[in-house]
Design a protein around this ligand. Structure first.
Ligand SMILES: [Cu+2]
Length: 114
């Protein structure tokens, strides 16, 4: 009797974790500064299936936790390019890139001595 109870507990915990399985990817972007971080994290949070977005400006790596039933790594990379930044080997959408703040463009510097 105890064994059956233990087994059903295991089964229950399995099925709950299965329901919220999220996947995580790291995308190398072309961000420059904290302003980029705000823009990119903000916009990516509105992407379908995205649960959590963290951008590390130092390494330019965007970590995305997402629901694989609603989106996939390719869609996420395309979403990044549509904000105006490169995503791994995908180049930024040129129209969106043009609209970025000057210091957020590649090679730009937001260090404040301009
Ligand atoms: Cu910037």
């Amino acid at each position: 009797m105890k064994i059956v109870f233990a087994l059903s507990l295991i089964f229950l915990s399995f099925s709950t974790t299965a329901q919220k399985k999220l996947e995580k990817i790291e995308i190398l972007t072309s961000v420059v500064c904290d302003m980029c971080k705000e823009t990119l994290e903000h916009d990516m949070n509105f992407e379908r299936g995205v649960k959590k977005v963290v951008l590390d400006v130092e390494t330019k790596i965007l970590t995305v936790e997402y629901n694989p039933e609603k989106t996939n790594p390719h869609k996420l990379r395309v979403a990044v390019t549509n904000v105006g930044y490169d995503a791994d080997d995908l180049p930024a959408n040129p129209k969106k890139y043009k609209r970025l703040h000057a210091c957020c463009k590649k090679g730009g510097s937001c260090s404040g001595d301009d």
